[in-house]
Design a protein around this ligand. Structure first.
Ligand code: C2O
Ligand code: CU
Length: 717
C-alpha cells in the first residue's frame, strides 16, 4: 500500500510536469490569436488543461494525505510540507488569478475581428501566464524532492531547489512584463518556428550546462577514497535523556562533527568531548575471544576456487571453503571454545570469515577493513570464540561479500545445547541452506528433490537459512502441522502450531528453525513454493510429493508464541534513541549515477555512525521509505523487536539479527550495547550494501588499526 501511494504520487507528478509545460506554452501563445474567436478557442483549450491539471494535482496531493492517515510522520512529513504546497500553490494561483482573467476575456472578445491593445496586454500579462507556468515548475520541484528526499531534514537540501524555482519565476516575470508592454504597443506576430524552437533550445542548453557543474562535482566527490577510516564517519549521537537538555554544550565540544549530527534524526549529541575522552581507549584488535584456553573444536577452512557439481550434474565455477558448496557445516556445543583457521589458497580478491548471528568479540567478527585485513592467497588467520548462543547461524566471507557469498564462500554454523551428543533419541536435524548457483536454485548442493528417510514419530528440525542475495525466499511445509521453534538463532517461547502449507518467507541472511514430529505419511518442504525443489521426508524414503495448496496465510512472528520475561522491553528507560531511515535517492555512487539505497539520507562512507557507550540500553526506530525491502543486519548484537507500525510485538520475545523491513514498515527495536567494538550495520541484500547501504555502530573510545579502500585492499562489501 505504501509503495503504491508513493508510486502513484510520483507518476502523477511526472504527468503534471509534462501537462504543465503544455499548459504553460498554451498560455504564452494566447497572444498570437489574430481574432477574438481564435482567442476564445485557445482560452477554452487552456481552461481544459487547467481543469485536468487540477484533477491530477488533487490526486497527487490526495495520495500524500492518504499516506498521512496510515503511517508514521517520517514517511510523509516532507511530502506534506513540501510536495503538497508545491502542487497546490501554483494551482490555486492559477484559479485565483489566471482563470478570472480568462473568463472575462471570453466575454470581452466575442466576435471581435481583431484584438485591441488592452486585450493584447491582458493576455500576455505575467498575472495570467505566470501562475500557469508555475504549475510545471512546482511539480518539477516536488518531483525532485520525491527523487531526493530531504530526510533527515537538511535546510540546504530544501532551500537550494526552492531558490532555483524562485529565480526561474522572477526571470519569467521580467520576461512577461517586457513582452506584455511590447504587445500593448504593437500587434505581435507569431515568431517563426525556428525562432521559437531556437529560443527554447538555447534556454535548455544553458540549463543543462548550468546543471552539469554540480553533477560533475557530485560525481567526483562520490568516488570512493583510496583510504576509508570507519572511525572518521559522521557521527550520530542519537537522543538521550540527558542529551535533550545538555545537548548544546556537548555539541560545542564536538566541533566539526556537529553539522553532520545535526542533519541526522534526533540530532542531539550526548557523548560530549568530555565523556568521549573519559571512555577507555581500546583498539578493535584487542577485543579478541579467549586466547589461551585450549579449543574444544578446531576447524580449518581453506578458501579456494573450484568447479563444483550440483546434484543435477550442472557445474558451478565456485569460490569455496574446503572445495564444497556450501562450505562444511560447523557444529559445536554450547560453551565450547571454537577455533577456526582460515587459509586462503587462491582467492585473489581475498577472504575473511564473518560469523553471521553469533555475537562474537569484535576482533573475531571477520570484517575486512574494520576488524582485520583481508586474508590474501598464501595467508591465514585464526578466529577464536566461545559458542555461547544455541541456534542456527552461518558464516561467510566479509571481503567483497557480494561476489564472495554469491560464488559460495559461506556455510552453516550450528550450536547445539551441551550434552546433545549423549542423548539417546537424536532428532533428525537438517540444515536447509538455499542459494542461487549461477541461476539455479539449490538446497545445499542439490537442485533436485531430496529424499530422506524418516521413521514416524521422529522429532524433526529443519534449519532454514537463506543465503541468497535479494531474494525473499518462500518455503512451504506440507503434510503436517509444524512450529517455528527459533528465529535468527534464538528460540521462541511456546511457539504455536502452524497449519500445513503455511507460507514461511525468509529474508536474505535470516533463519527459521522448523520443528515437527514425523507423521506416517510423506512431508514435503518446498523451496520457492513449487514441487520441483525441496526435501521429501517419508517413512520409507519413497512416496509422492504432496500437492501444495495454492492459498495459505503467511507466517508473521509479531504475535506468535507466548510472552516471556526479557531483560528490557518497550517501557524500559532507554539511554539512547536512534532513528534509521531507509530510502531511495537519485544520486551518484562511486562516479555512477544510480538510484541509491540510503541510510539516513547518505551512502557509505558518508553514512553517519551510531555512537554509543558500553552498557547503554539503545532503542532504534527503523523506517523504510523506499520501494524495496531491506533486511537490516547489525553485527555483534541481537535486537529485540518491540513493535511494528505501532503494533506491539506481544507474542514470544522476538530477537533478530536480520530484520526484514518492508516498504512502509516502521519497527521499534532495542538492544543492550554490551559488546564493545566497531560493528557493521547493513542491508543484507548484499547488492544494496555494495552500493553503500552500510553504516556502523561505534562504541565511544574504540579505534581500529584497519582501513578499507584500494590502499589496504580491504573491501568489506
Ligand atoms: Cu551476514 Cu555483515 O553480514
Ligand atoms: Cu537493502
Amino acid at each position: 500500500m505504501y509503495s503504491l501511494l508513493v508510486g502513484l504520487e510520483m507518476s502523477l507528478l511526472l504527468i503534471m510536469v509534462v501537462l504543465g509545460l503544455v499548459a504553460g506554452s498554451q498560455a504564452s501563445k494566447l497572444l498570437y490569436s489574430r481574432t477574438g474567436d481564435r482567442l476564445r478557442r485557445k482560452i477554452r483549450g487552456l481552461m481544459a488543461s487547467l481543469t485536468l491539471l487540477t484533477l491530477i494535482g488533487a490526486g497527487a496531493a490526495g495520495a500524500v494525505v492518504r499516506t498521512a492517515f496510515a503511517f508514521d510522520p517520517l514517511f510523509w512529513l516532507d511530502r506534506l510540507l513540501l510536495h503538497v504546497p508545491l502542487i497546490a500553490l501554483p494551482l490555486s494561483l492559477a484559479w485565483l488569478s489566471s482563470v478570472p482573467m480568462l473568463l472575462r476575456l471570453l466575454k470581452d472578445v466575442r466576435n471581435a475581428p481583431r484584438l485591441d491593445a488592452s486585450v493584447r496586454r491582458t493576455i500576455s500579462e505575467p498575472g495570467l501566464i505566470l501562475p500557469v507556468q508555475s504549475i510545471a515548475l512546482g511539480a518539477l520541484a516536488a518531483l525532485y524532492f520525491a527523487l531526493r528526499p530531504p530526510v533527515p531534514f537538511s535546510a540546504m537540501a530544501v532551500a537550494v531547489p526552492l531558490l532555483i524555482v524562485l529565480a526561474a519565476l522572477i526571470l519569467l516575470w521580467i520576461r512577461h512584463t517586457v513582452r506584455s508592454q511590447r504587445a500593448e504597443r504593437t500587434e505581435a506576430a507569431k515568431p517563426p518556428l525556428w525562432k521559437r524552437w531556437g529560443a527554447s533550445l538555447a534556454v535548455l542548453a544553458a540549463l543543462v550546462a548550468l546543471a552539469a557543474i554540480p553533477v560533475r562535482t557530485a560525481t567526483q566527490a562520490s568516488k570512493l577514497p583510496d583510504r576509508i577510516d570507519m572511525t572518521a564517519a559522521p557521527m550520530d549521537f542519537g537522543a538521550t535523556a540527558s542529551g535533550r537538555s545538555a545537548g548544546h554544550e556537548a555539541r560545542a565540544g564536538h566541533g566539526g562533527h556537529a553539522s553532520h549530527a545535526d542533519r541526522t534524526a534526533g540530532g542531539e549529541q550526548a557523548i560530549g568531548a568530555v565523556q568521549a575522552s573519559a571512555a577507555p581507549q581500546r583498539s578493535v584488535a584487542d577485543l579478541t575471544g579467549p586466547q589461551s584456553a585450549a579449543p574444544d573444536r578446531s576447524f580449518t577452512l581453506t578458501a579456494e576456487k573450484k568447479s563444483v557439481r550440483l546434484a543435477s550434474g550442472k557445474t558451478v565455477e565456485a569460490w569455496t571453503y574446503n572445495g564444497k558448496i556450501p562450505g562444511p557445516e560447523l557444529r559445536a556445543e554450547e560453551g565450547e571454545v571454537v577455533e577456526v583457521t582460515l587459509v586462503n589458497k587462491d582467492i585473489e580478491e581475498g577472504a575473511t570469515i564473518h560469523w553471521h548471528g553469533l555475537d562474537v568479540p569484535n576482533a573475531e567478527d571477520g570484517v575486512a577493513g574494520v576488524t582485520q585485513d583481508a586474508v590474501m592467497p598464501g595467508q591465514r588467520h585464526t578466529y577464536r570464540f566461545v559458542a555461547d548462543q544455541v541456534g542456527t547461524f552461518w558464516y561467510h566471507t566479509h571481503q567483497h561479500s557480494l561476489e564472495g557469498v554469491k560464488k559460495g564462500l559461506f556455510g552453516a554454523l550450528i550450536v547445539e545445547p551441551s550434552g546433545t551428543n549423549e542423548r539417546s533419541v537424536r532428532p533428525l536435524d537438517m540444515t536447509v541452506m538455499t542459494h542461487l548457483w549461477e541461476g539455479t536454485l539449490a538446497i545445499g548442493d542439490s537442485d533436485l528433490v531430496n529424499r530422506v528417510d524418516a521413521a514416524p514419530g521422529t522429532p524433526v528440525r529443519l534449519r532454514l537459512i537463506n543465503t541468497d542475495n535479494w531474494v525473499r525466499q518462500t518455503y512451504r511445509l506440507v503434510g503436517t502441522a509444524f512450529r517455528v521453534a527459533a528465529i535468527d538463532g534464538t528460540d521462541l517461547n511456546a511457539p504455536g502450531e502452524l497449519a500445513s502449507g503455511t507460507r514461511l518467507v525468509l529474508t536474505t541472511g535470516g533463519r527459521y528453525d522448523v520443528v515437527f514430529d514425523m507423521p506416517d505419511r510423506p512431508v514435503f518442504l518446498s523451496v520457492g513454493g513449487g514441487r520441483n525443489r525441496g526435501i521429501l521426508l517419508s517413512p520409507d524414503g519413497k512416496g509422492e510429493v504432496p500437492d501444495i495448496p495454492a492459498d495459505a496465510p503467511e507466517f508473521d512472528p509479531l504475535h506468535y508464541g507466548e510472552p516471556a520475561p526479557t531483560p528490557f522491553g518497550p517501557d524500559s528507560a532507554f539511554d539512547r534513541e536512534f532513528t534509521m531511515v531507509l530510502d531511495n535517492k537519485l544520486g551518484v555512487y562511486d562516479g555512477r549515477v544510480d538510484f541509491l539505497y540510503t541510510l539516513n539520507g547518505e551512502v557509505f562512507p558518508n553514512t553517519p555512525a551510531f555512537m554509543v557507550e558500553e552498557g547503554e540500553l539503545v532503542k532504534t526506530t527503523i523506517v523504510n521509505r523506499g520501494m524495496v525491502d531491506h533486511p537490516m543486519h547489525l553485527h555483534g548484537h541481537h535486537v529485540l523487536v518491540l513493535s511494528r507500525n505501532g503494533e506491539a510485538a506481544d507474542g514470544s520475545p522476538w530477537w533478530s539479527d536480520t530484520l526484514d523491513v518492508l516498504p512502509g514498515d516502521c519497527y521499534e527495536i532495542a538492544f543492550r550495547a554490551d559488546n564493545p567494538g566497531i560493528w557493521m550495520d547493513h542491508c543484507h541484500n548484499l547488492a544494496h550494501a555494495a552500493l553503500g547501504m552500510t553504516m556502523h555502530l561505534m562504541y565511544a573510545g574504540v579505534s581500529t588499526p584497519y582501513e578499507a579502500g584500494s590502499v589496504s585492499g580491504n573491501f568489506p562489501e
